[in-house]
Design a protein around this ligand. Structure first.
Ligand SMILES: Cc1cc2nc3c(=O)[nH]c(=O)nc-3n(C[C@H](O)[C@H](O)[C@H](O)COP(=O)(O)OP(=O)(O)OC[C@H]3O[C@@H](n4cnc5c(N)ncnc54)[C@H](O)[C@@H]3O)c2cc1C
Length: 290
């Protein structure tokens, strides 16, 4: 009978060595394990688990010039309690605050939330509107490369990562624009410990009564999280009148492709995505008038 093997490297070099010795085997990258351990995955008995959570190079938050680098094994709570992220990336804080529980957030990592690639993954919509890049380590070539986060997802819970490749860092550009407005809201079955039925992330610049630019991404309403670009384009340069907001609500409904599943129905997801956009735009007006 085959039994599951488990490795826990301390460095990326060790990860590379272990990977090279295991060539051909089914490898499962394990970080906090909060997705993997709840049994949604039918782990093959001869799979090899490589636990990357002890690799120091994959942990921590660093600022270099105009970017913030978050190690992929940084836990959600480490991000939540980081003053730098609280000051500079409030949209990520808003999202993480809605995620799981204190206990789960102490284990769950940002790399795991991205690597899981769920359309309902709550850090993903903020990271997509922030236009982050992800750094990837390939144990085949022993090299790293960076790609825009939007190129990472290729279907529900599917990524473009090749076998053994791991996300090492999330690279967030720091905005030069001041007075930027951030919005994140998710709708679930209840307020705490809830999985997203639909969510919306937005970053916008609003000045002289007009939207200068806006970036939007919806969660749980398409096979992969992506920007809502036609609605973004429509809103650019617009004064936010009730008629404009109504038109934008209709547009976003045409840009998403929700499905009915165990968590919600297509009709409800369409309705709440329209309402989230309305809520976001009216909130933007109220912030401007304060
Ligand atoms: C009770 C509970 C509540 C939850 N609530 C929420 C919630 O509100 N919102 C939400 O979005 N999620 C939620 N989750 C899901 C989960 O906690 C998150 O997705 C978490 O961020 C996953 O991180 P992890 O380190 O535990 O990932 P793991 O379980 O270790 O891995 C998840 C997947 O990502 C891959 N992976 C892990 N690290 C990397 C890496 N560095 N590079 C490439 N691939 C990698 C793994 O191979 C696996 O496929 C919840 C889970 C539980 C158990």
């Amino acid at each position: 009978m085959n039994s599951m093997q488990y490795y826990s490297p301390n460095t990326l070099d060790e990860y590379h060595k272990i990977y090279s010795e295991l060539s051909g085997k089914d490898i499962i990258v394990f970080s906090g394990g909060t997705d993997l351990m709840i049994g949604r995955y039918d782990l093959p008995q001869d799979a090899v688990i490589i636990d990357i959570s002890r690799i120091d190079e994959l942990k921590g938050i660093e600022i270099k010039e105009d970017k913030i680098f978050i190690g992929s094994c940084t836990t959600l709570n480490e991000i939540l309690y980081s003053h730098k992220i609280q000051n500079d990336i409030p949209i990520l804080i808003k999202a993480i605050k809605t995620m799981a529980s204190e206990q789960v957030r102490n284990r769950a990592t940002i790399g795991g939330n991205i690597g899981n690639a769920s359309p309902a993954g709550d850090t993903i919509t903020p990271l997509v509107v922030l236009e982050v890049r992800v750094e990837i380590f390939s144990p085949e070539s022993n090299e790293v490369r960076t790609i825009p986060i939007k190129s990472l997802f290729c279907g529900p819970c599917a990524t473009t990562l090749k076998k053994g490749e791991i996300i090492t860092k999330i690279i967030i550009p720091l905005s030069k624009d001041k007075d930027v407005f951030y919005y994140f809201r998710k709708i679930g079955q209840r307020n705490a410990m809830t999985i997203t039925k639909a969510s919306l992330s937005a970053i916008a610049k609003y000045s002289d009564g007009k939207i200068e630019w806006i970036k939007l991404a919806s969660g749980s309403v398409s096979p992969v999280v992506k920007r809502i670009s036609k609605t973004e384009e429509f809103l650019k340069g617009k004064v936010l009148t009730p008629a404009v907001i109504d038109e934008a609500r209709e547009m976003i409904a045409k840009e998403i492709s929700p499905i009915t599943d165990i968590r919600s129905t297509k009709a409800f997801r369409l309705l709440i995505t329209k309402n989230l956009l309305g809520d976001c735009l009216y909130y933007l007006i109220r912030q401007q008038n304060i």
